[in-house]
Design a protein around this ligand. Structure first.
Ligand code: MF3
Ligand code: CO
Ligand code: CO
Length: 274
């Protein structure tokens, strides 16, 4: 598939309605999710001190195209790159650049692949060299928070159950949950209804139904949750400059629970990847 054939299959705008997808969508999302996840697998051997985030972004571009997919972020609302690369106190939407990673950096790489119009959206944390224990702990807790949120998903449970599971675990470790960004419906539309908050109260919010497809992508700060936007209009950093971590999966609600579309095909779920 090329850009021309991808375009008509990819809806541009959210209708605001929460869609209930069928078997065909789930099959499409499996393919898109697998390519995005395989791309993150590929990066595990590439992240190291001295590598620039622009170099990593080029690897993402090449990988996604070679897999017959399109990076969803290119030309998305004026964004021009194939990934977001968010280092240390950058919460999300870090722009790939010629800055070299240094020993001890933690970096989130977020990739979205479009296959036959379906969007697979996923991110993981990577360690450059040997970050201090406090950084590695934040990364571990953030991964576990995401997985606890996902484990709360089944028909009849609510977005509040998901948010509560994440918030309780993160705050139990004296971290904070970023409020200004959330998970989102996804499918043929990149950012669709509903908003999926990563904090909340059990039993509150929207009830999950079979066929819903959305992301779970908590951003957890070691300090306070407040966000500051850099003058580039994209890069979101923690206002107190504390370390921030994030993982993201794209999931679908099944008859009895949840399916993760962006699981690593080779078991590279979280660092250390070696
Ligand atoms: N992949 C991000 C998400 O998880 C969105 C990035 S949009 C961009 O929703 F324009 F910043 F790339
Ligand atoms: Co997302
Ligand atoms: Co993403």
């Amino acid at each position: 598939m090329n850009y021309i054939t991808a375009t008509p299959a990819t809806a541009r705008r959210s209708s605001g309605q929460v869609k209930l997808h069928g078997a065909e969508a789930f099959e499409g999302m499996r393919k898109a999710g697998r390519i995005a996840a395989a791309c993150l697998d590929m990066l595990t051997e590439k992240v190291a001190p001295g590598v620039t985030t622009a170099e990593l972004d080029n690897l993402v571009y090449d990988f996604v195209l070679a897999a017959g997919a399109i990076p969803a972020t290119i030309f998305y609302r004026g964004y021009r790159h194939s990934s977001c690369t968010s280092i240390n106190d950058v919460i999300c939407h870090g722009i790939p650049a010629d800055r070299q990673l240094k020993d001890g950096d933690i970096v989130n790489i977020d990739v979205t692949a479009i296959v036959d119009g379906w969007h697979g959206d996923t991110s993981r944390m990577y360690l450059a060299g040997e970050p201090p224990l406090r950084a590695r702990k934040l990364v571990d807790v953030t991964y576990e928070a995401m997985m606890r949120g996902i484990a709360a998903i089944k028909p009849g449970a609510t977005t509040g159950d998901l948010g509560h599971a994440i918030q309780a675990f993160a705050e139990g470790h004296s971290y904070s949950v970023v409020r200004d960004f959330c998970g989102h419906g996804v499918g043929r539309v990149f950012h669709d209804a509903p908003n999926v908050l990563h904090y909340g109260q059990a039993g509150k919010g929207l009830a999950f139904k079979e066929g819903m497809i959305f992301t779970v992508e908590p951003m957890i700060n070691a300090g306070k949750p407040q966000v500051k936007l850099k003058p580039d209009g994209w890069t979101a950093v923690s206002k107190d400059r504390s370390l921030s971590a994030q993982f993201e999966h794209t999931v679908g609600v099944t008859a009895t629970g949840v399916e993760i579309f962006t699981q690593s095909p080779t078991g590279l779920h979280k660092p250390p990847y070696a």
